[in-house]
Design a protein around this ligand. Structure first.
Ligand code: HEC
Ligand code: HEC
Length: 160
């Protein structure tokens, strides 16, 4: 366990999280807060389990965050705010093509950040990390190209 903890401190934050979780699970002594520590295994959850997690955790938490960020714009906040038509057809498939489309390239993203600094920052520092955390998945990184990121929710704008 010592070794995996030492290793994890050197690893990426996301990897560290996974390692710590494994170390904790293997530890026979119950952690002081064992009952409170929730382990979410999104990858292996059924559709219904995911739906329940959305209802009890992602939706209420993100509703608070969106409404704090812009009470007027997000006065109405529903499953459809993220899922669009997926909330009515019952499939909840992401990404949602009805969300504002995002550029894929670095230059385009930088331009968008300059044009809409507040909501961009909110997306980057609150929405993305919070949803990733609540569903227990690692965030996108160059080393983790399949990770949770902007394009998990948004689709890509067509090249002009
Ligand atoms: C803040 C945005 C957001 C809100 C609000 C939200 N969801 Fe989600 N939901 C997501 C994202 C992102 C995913 C996909 C995560 C992934 O695959 O990595 C998802 C996935 C799901 C899935 C799993 C779909 C699948 O194919 O397995 C279900 C079911 C779901 N959401 C239901 C709901 C319900 C019901 C609500 C309202 C109570 C809701 N969601 C609200 C962002 C949101
Ligand atoms: C969990 C889903 C989710 C993720 C992840 C996410 N967004 Fe969003 N984004 C939304 C929702 C929902 C809106 C609000 C759409 C609306 O106004 O109805 C939004 C709005 C925006 C807007 C506003 C566009 C406009 O025209 O006003 C920008 C810009 C944006 N997102 C950029 C990003 C960037 C950049 C990232 C990654 C750092 C990101 N988003 C990650 C769900 C998400």
């Amino acid at each position: 366990m010592k070794r995996s903890l030492a290793l994890s401190s050197l690893a990426l934050l996301s990897l560290a999280f996974v390692c710590m979780g494994a170390a904790r699970a293997a530890d026979p002594a119950p952690a002081p807060n064992a009952g409170a520590a929730k382990k979410v295994d999104w990858e292996h959850m059924s559709f219904d389990q995911r739906k329940k997690l959305m209802k009890t955790s992602v939706y209420p938490e993100l509703k608070k965050a969106f409404q704090a960020a812009d009470p007027k714009r997000f006065k109405t906040f529903t499953c459809a705010t993220c899922h669009g038509a997926g909330a009515t057809d019952g499939k909840f498939k992401m990404a949602n093509p009805a969300l504002p489309k995002l550029p894929l390239d670095h230059a385009g993203m930088t331009a968008l950040e300059q044009k809409k600094p507040e909501i961009f920052k909110f997306m980057e520092t609150v929405v993305k990390p919070k949803v990733a955390e609540l569903i227990g998945v690692a965030e996108w990184a160059p080393q983790n190209p399949k990770g949770f990121g902007c394009y998990t929710c948004h689709t890509v704008e067509q090249a002009k």
